[in-house]
Each structure stands twice: as C-alpha cells, then as structure tokens.
Ligand binder design. Structure first.
Ligand code: ZN
Length: 428
C-alpha cells in the first residue's frame, strides 16, 4: 500500500485514509458541497519509485488496475473489475481544425462499461468504501455516477440507493430526470428515488444513510473519486509515448475529474515518467460557468452562482465548482472557457458526422472549448502542434439521445421505391 494520507489542497491539513467527508478546517456549514471537495490522496513517491517503472506498467493489461500501486485499494479481492479504463485516445482527422493542422486528440470515455468516465472515479471510490467495510452504496447524481455505482454494487453483490436529480446543481430548480439514465440504473438493480429538496438538505441525508444503514455515501469519499480519475491522465501519457499533451480540455461540473487528471499528471512527473505537465482547461456551459467567472475576476476561491440558466449540458451544470479544480487550472497555467449550446451542439454533430464518435452533449463541450481556445489564441501553436491538445469526451451519446429528438427529427415515412429513395438522396 503506497497511499499514505488525505491532504487538503486548500490548507494542507492531513487526515488518515479512513477519514470521511470534507476537510473539517475548511468546510463551512451551509456552503455548496462542491467547494468542500479539497482532499486528495497522498502517496509515498520514494517507495513507488523503487517499486515501479514504465517498463513494468507497459507490460500489464489495460484498465484501472494496471495502476494498482497508484490506487488506494489494498486487498486484490476488492479490486472489482468491470473492464473500466483502457479507452482509446483518438486523433481527429476530418474536422476542420484537424485538417488545418492542429493536433487534436479525444479520450473517448464513453466506451467505459457503463458508458461514461465515472467508472474510474466511482469504481475506485466504491472499492475503497467496500474494503473499509461499507454494507451498501449510495449517491446523489444526475445519472452517470449512479450508473457506475449501481454496476459496481451489482458485481460486488451489495445494495445500492441512487438519489437521481435532473441536474445536481438544479436540485431546487426541478429539472426533469434523464430517462436513459434512470432506466440504466434501474436495470443494474439499484433503488432509484428522485428526492425533493435543496442540496444542503439532501447532503444531510447522507449522514443518516451512513449512520443508520452502515452504507457509504460516495460523496463522502470524494478524494477516492478524483484518485480514480488519475488513471485517465496515466493512460493519455502512455498513449502519447510517455509524454504529456500541451493542454487538456475537461467538461467541468464540480471539477473532481479535472483535479484528478491534474493529480495524475503530477504524480507521473514526480515518478520520473514525464518531463512536462499539460495546461488544464475547464469547459463549462454559459449560464453555469462559476470557474470562468472566478478566473476572469481573479477570485481567490470560486463563488456560487445565484442560479443556473437552462442549457444542453446539464451533467456539468453546478452552481459552483470546487477549489481543487480552480487550483489545478491556476497551477498548470490553464484557464476556464464558457461555451454556448450552439457551440456544444455543433461539436457533438461534428464529432459524430466527421469522426464517427457519438458523445453525450455535455462531453462535446470539450471540443467546443478547444475551438474557442484556438480562436482566442490561448494555445501556443508550436507546442500544441508538437505535443497535441486532448479533449476528454466524458460519456457516450446514447446517454441522452431522447433529449435530441428536437435536433434530429424522426425519419420521414416514404414509399419504398427506387425513385423516392433516389430523390431523397439527392436532396441530401
Ligand atoms: Zn482544508
């Protein structure tokens, strides 16, 4: 076991690995939960350097547990393997920016077992929770966390409760729940409820679930979620021939994924596996872009938005993102970019129709953000061309097809004749 402690990126306080909940020094009652996600798992880097090298890693099968020494699960019996991780890093070749010479690569996380990147953070957090003795698993989610948790609970043979919202950040604005997601979660056998109440009230339920049922509410082990997200960074570096890209664009809600990716790049550099670090960019929907507001106003800590404006990227629509992600943006020399629904939709269509990659709408924000950054001159052309720019396509398009029936109208019914077919093709 090489994990040593949990450390707060805000104040530096350290906690034992069994600590639950946020940093008790920094968390203030009544604040948005996302701001409290400041803990990260620390590792004994000196011991890891003696034990692990690039050649050893390269010999192992792809997936989460390829990096077992760099994850906090001790007992192999608790390393549940659903086939998470090992996703492709796809060079774009046909969209206009790639044709013009930009080296753009997409990490296609929708090919994880439950269709989203959440199989990494929730897979690791669920395994840690079960290893620490949890008798069941629970979470609050707009969907993808719930699907991942329910699948791991199914494989582990433990009960699961999913509190499903239309969008976690819209708990008191009553957004409708996503049909594809509740069906998927229910199929894995989890109990699914849509609770009514504000986020503070719902998080208070977490303590009751833990105290009275002995289950783990996965928001209370956030540090283990971002630790699972590190594996995305590890894979990107390996897929680039043990190089870091110039920049990484992450669709960002609470910011745990962006923070986890940054931790992964930093750990690989500390281990001597990399020479450089990438710039980390958060991409958020216009109307739910707290990191953009914080970055532009040079705030010390992101402040919560009064309300969220409706948009097409609900899974990344939160009133505030975590300080951990903000810190990663700042340390890496990156930034935050807001994109419109129109830009997100165009990116989603282009990825599908030019590159054959069908991504959930919120995921396509990654490409929309890259396009904005290129247009605004935020990326150094030489560096980007040499090292490449990576977008994280967080989940599969099948996760929200029903929301797009207004964009893609149902196929027309026509006479099944050659003439009609021919004239239809000509029209296109
Ligand atoms: Zn703290």
């Amino acid at each position: 076991m090489y994990a040593t402690t949990l450390r707060c990126v805000f104040c530096g306080t350290e906690y034992p690995l069994t600590h639950r909940g946020p940093c008790t020094t920094c968390a203030r009652p009544g604040e948005e939960n996302a701001l409290h996600e400041t803990l990260g798992v620390q590792y004994d880097v000196a011991a890891l350097k003696r034990q692990l090298d690039r050649e050893e890693l390269a010999r192992r099968p792809a997936g989460l547990w390829r990096y077992r020494e760099l994850l906090p699960v001790v007992d192999p019996a608790f390393r549940i393997d659903l086939g998470a991780g090992g996703t492709r890093l796809v060079p774009l070749t046909r969209i206009s920016e790639a044709v013009a010479g930009s080296k753009l690569l997409m990490k296609v996380e929708g090919s994880n077992p439950t269709g989203s990147f959440k199989d990494r953070p929730i897979g690791v957090a669920a395994c840690v929770a079960l290893e620490q003795g949890a008798r069941g698993l629970a979470c609050l989610t707009s969907g993808n966390i719930g699907s991942a948790m329910a699948a791991f609970a199914a494989k582990a043979g433990v009960p699961a409760l999913v509190l499903l919202l239309g969008a976690a950040g819209l708990a008191d604005q009553g957004a409708p729940v996503n049909v594809e997601k509740y069906v998927q979660i229910s199929a894995y056998g989890a109990r699914v409820l849509t609770p009514i109440g504000n986020l503070g009230q719902l998080y208070a339920l977490a303590d009751r679930i833990e105290a009275e049922l002995g289950w783990s509410f996965l928001h209370n082990v956030q540090a283990y979620q971002s630790d699972g997200d590190k594996t995305t960074a590890f894979e990107i570096c390996e897929q680039l021939g043990w190089q870091a890209p110039a920049a990484v664009f992450v669709p960002t809600g609470t910011g745990t994924n962006l923070f986890g990716l940054w931790q992964g790049f930093v750990l690989f550099k500390e281990l001597g596996f990399l020479d450089t670090l990438p710039r980390m960019f958060a991409v958020q929907p216009v109307g739910a872009a707290s990191l953009v507001a914080a970055w532009e106003a040079h705030q010390a800590v992101p402040t919560a938005l009064e309300r969220i404006e409706p948009n097409l990227a609900l899974p990344i629509s939160h009133r505030v993102s975590g300080y951990h992600a903000y810190r990663a943006m700042q340390e890496s020399g990156g930034g935050a970019i807001a994109v419109t629904d129109g830009e997100i939709l165009a990116a989603m269509r282009d990825l599908a129709s030019y590159e054959g990659i069908y991504a959930e709408t919120a995921s396509a924000a990654a490409l929309a953000g890259i396009r904005r950054a290129l247009a605004a001159g935020l990326l150094d052309p030489d560096e980007s061309h040499r090292a490449g720019v990576v977008g994280i396509l967080t989940s599969h398009g099948l996760k929200n097809s029903l929301a797009l029936t207004g964009v893609f109208s149902p196929p027309p019914k026509v006479e099944g004749t050659w003439e009609v077919l021919q004239s239809s093709l000509e029209l296109n």
